[in-house]
Design a protein around this ligand. Structure first.
Ligand code: GRG
Length: 292
């Protein structure tokens, strides 16, 4: 399976789904719509939404049924990037070679565009439940996504990461029994990055009717692939001369080996899932071994 061809085939469906939720609308101020779409079109790799569709396939479903999950997760991912770039966070002027949202639209509109994308993600899931009679899947997917995005997931991971990057153990709530630096970073990766991978994959499969056992396997698979992806991302940052938190704790070779071990473990979990899980396996390999 050619993973690039697979992605090229699926991304137009995802893009159409995102465009349908973020188009011009008389009730929405034009500048807000522009700010919401700024990082969505052109977008990034669309890795999380493609994973959602592949997870639906892996449990025998039509990938299209997972489209609400794919759209919701990309909206959340995009909101997190907009807020991460803000002056009060990473203070980045460019992302993917273009001005960040606050540079293009002003800080207040960037904050509000993030808020609107976060809210819209849950509207997508709730409405999918109403429109398709997929109420249970929609509630289950929304619950997982809310946990992944909230205080115990993305937001909490970001809080701890800001403290970690500032190297301020007190701000991270360090106590005499505080975890080692390695555990601290692993926990940040698990919440800041892997939680959203888990939600994409489990949520996509949920819309295709995944069983409890399948959901449990995919949850672990998503966790391992998500952490390995983050390590690989840190290594790519380091190669391009940026600060990489993982390299504060271990050498690049050790980190690379760790990512490969996580990937192997994740792939082993899908042994016996057959040909229909091949896109999910290939996407996992791509996430961890890509060159950018
Ligand atoms: C939640 C308030 C709040 C702020 C945002 C989690 C987070 C906090 C920001 C995300 C920024 C970041 C560097 C997260 C780590 C995960 C990561 C490497 C994201 C980049 O993902 P890609 O490579 O991005 O999939 P593209 O550009 O392809 O969409």
């Amino acid at each position: 399976l050619d993973v690039h061809a697979y992605m090229a085939e699926r991304i137009p469906l995802i893009d159409a789904g995102i465009a349908a939720r973020t188009g011009d609308c008389v009730e929405v101020p034009g500048a807000l719509t522009g700010a919401m779409r700024h990082l969505l079109f052109p977008g990034g790799k669309r890795l999380r939404p493609v994973l959602a569709l592949a997870a639906a396939e892996a449990v025998g479903g039509n990938p299209r049924v997972a489209l609400p999950m794919a759209v919701a997760v990309e909206l959340i991912h995009t909101y997190s990037l907009i807020h991460d770039d803000l002056p009060c966070m990473d203070d980045d002027a460019t992302r993917r070679g273009r001005p960040t949202v606050h540079v293009a639209y002003g800080e207040a509109t960037a904050v509000l565009a993030g808020d609107a994308l976060l809210t819209e993600a849950f509207a997508v899931l709730a409405e999918a439940g109403l429109e398709r009679g997929a109420a249970e899947a929609s509630v289950r997917a929304a619950a997982q996504l809310a946990r992944a995005a909230g205080a115990a997931g993305l937001v909490g991971g970001q809080v701890d990461d800001l403290a970690f990057s500032a190297d301020d153990p007190d701000a991270a709530g360090a106590a005499s029994d505080s975890p080692s630096e390695t555990e601290r970073l692993a926990s940040i990766h698990a919440r800041k990055t892997a939680a959203l991978f888990r939600a994409s994959i489990v949520g996509g499969a949920v819309f295709a009717g995944a069983s409890e056992a399948q959901r449990a396997v995919l949850d672990e698979f998503g966790r391992e692939v998500g952490i390995a992806f983050q390590i690989a991302d840190d290594l790519l940052d380091a190669e391009s001369g940026e600060a990489a938190s993982v390299l504060r704790l271990q050498g690049a070779d050790t980190a690379r080996r760790g990512a490969e071990e996580l990937l192997d473990r994740a792939l082993e979990r899908l042994e016996g899932w057959g040909e229909r899980a091949e896109p999910l396996r290939e996407l996992a390999r791509f996430a961890v071994r890509r060159s950018r």
